[in-house]
Design a protein around this ligand. Structure first.
Ligand code: FAD
Ligand code: MG
Length: 347
């Protein structure tokens, strides 16, 4: 299975351009799909061979991450195995990596006072917003769940029902519920890619993007700054501005209501859910971008701060030493003081 997948990836992966830059390193670009989104690798490398080798290894690693750890669809993953026995009282053994991922998720659940919650799987399946975005629900057939269905699904959610023993590396899920790591998977993936990059000295710089999450690594051949555009939620073909970043190891993560949503009778139902109500978050936020030094932290924070809104979101971001920028429904932008040095508006 794995071999078929990696051969399949290789068959279409190593596409596109090779642009000459400075004498030392050239730019190589790759794209692939993983975790329901497009992964793009822009690599500055001393040779095409090392760029190809990295892209191949990283692609295999992403497949492995999904198959062995994170997927809620594949029976081979730890999350699938945890979900399969949820509510039965049975403990599931956890890998060291999963203990680390879940520990951080539970810390964020506490710090966000429940706004970030990885136990919303039953609710996300009920709302089916990802299925709509993936084209799996036929246009015009979407039905907004009833208040009763939402209340029922919500009653099965809550990270307080997770009993993790990090010493024994097991977890018992105390209710019949489903874990959903959709809000952290890409951040975890970028952390792994960042570690992998450090094993390839010939790759001196990289921009890796996974949907709304971007890692900038190393330096450009001409030593200029990295620029990461921030999408305009009102016109997703445009940006509102750019984050200008010096140095290596920055993660820029955005959560918004403009990519995964369905509109019914003029109401937009998007994929970020309020664990307090079971409904898509309804506040004045259209998008949140956070700047961190760790991918998982950024991914968790962007989701949590979307739920919390500007005031509480700013406080949470500062607890994690993250900078944050909100685009609000009236088109205004609010950001942490520290973000001002990085953000350059198009206006
Ligand atoms: P984020 O804000 O980072 O996350 C939003 C997602 O987190 C929601 O879609 C939901 O899953 C969950 N969530 C919602 N509210 C909360 C909350 N309050 N607290 C915590 N979590 C919340 N998409 C597909 O269409 N098809 C696939 O086959 C598919 N497979 C995937 C496999 C993996 C391993 C991962 C990590 C993701 C996959 N996805 C897939 C994408 C996934 O379903 C999410 O839509 C996506 O990760 C959302 O990322 P985001 O950065 O846009 O939003
Ligand atoms: Mg997230």
């Amino acid at each position: 299975m794995k071999r078929i997948i990696s051969v399949f990836c290789l068959a279409f992966l190593f596409i596109t351009t090779y642009t000459s830059c400075a004498p030392a390193a050239a730019r190589y670009q790759y794209a692939d799909t993983a975790m329901g989104t497009i992964m793009q690798f822009n690599l500055y490398a001393g040779s095409e061979d090392s760029a190809n080798a990295f892209a191949e290894t990283a692609t295999d690693m992403l497949t492995q991450l999904e198959e062995e750890l994170l997927s809620w669809r594949l029976e081979t993953s730890e999350i699938y195995r945890i979900n399969a026995v949820a509510g039965s009282g049975q403990a599931t053994a956890l890998s060291e990596k999963m203990v680390s991922i879940l520990t951080e998720c539970l810390d964020m659940w506490e710090a966000s006072e429940g706004a970030f919650d990885i136990t919303l799987g039953e609710l996300t399946r009920l709302w089916q917003i990802d299925a709509v975005a993936a084209g799996e629900v036929e246009k015009g057939t979407y039905r907004v769940p009833s208040a009763e269905e939402i209340a029922n699904a919500l009653s099965h959610c809550g990270s307080d029902k997770l009993n993790m023993d990090s010493t024994g590396a097991t977890i018992v899920v105390l209710a019949d519920m489903q874990l959903d790591l959709g809000a952290v998977g890409k951040g975890v993936a970028l952390d792994e890619i960042s570690i992998l990059l450090s094993n390839y000295p010939d790759i001196t710089g990289a921009v890796i993007s996974a949907g709304g999450s971007v890692l900038v690594y190393g330096t450009k051949p001409d030593s200029s700054s990295w620029n990461v555009g921030i999408v305009n939620p009102f016109d997703t073909s445009a940006t509102i501005g750019t984050l200008t970043l010096e140095g290596s190891g920055w993660f820029v993560t955005t959560s918004g209501d403009y990519e995964r949503y369905v509109e019914v009778d003029g109401v937009r139902y998007h994929h970020i859910l309020d664990p307090a109500t079971g409904y898509p978050v309804q506040n004045n936020v259209r998008a949140v971008t956070v700047l961190t030094k760790k991918g998982q932290t950024g991914d968790m924070l962007s989701t949590a701060c979307y739920v919390l809104g500007v005031e509480e979101g700013m406080k949470l971001a500062s607890k994690y030493n993250a900078e944050i920028l909100f685009v609000l429904s009236d088109g205004s932008v609010k950001m942490s003081q520290g973000m001002e040095q990085y953000f350059h508006s198009n206006e």
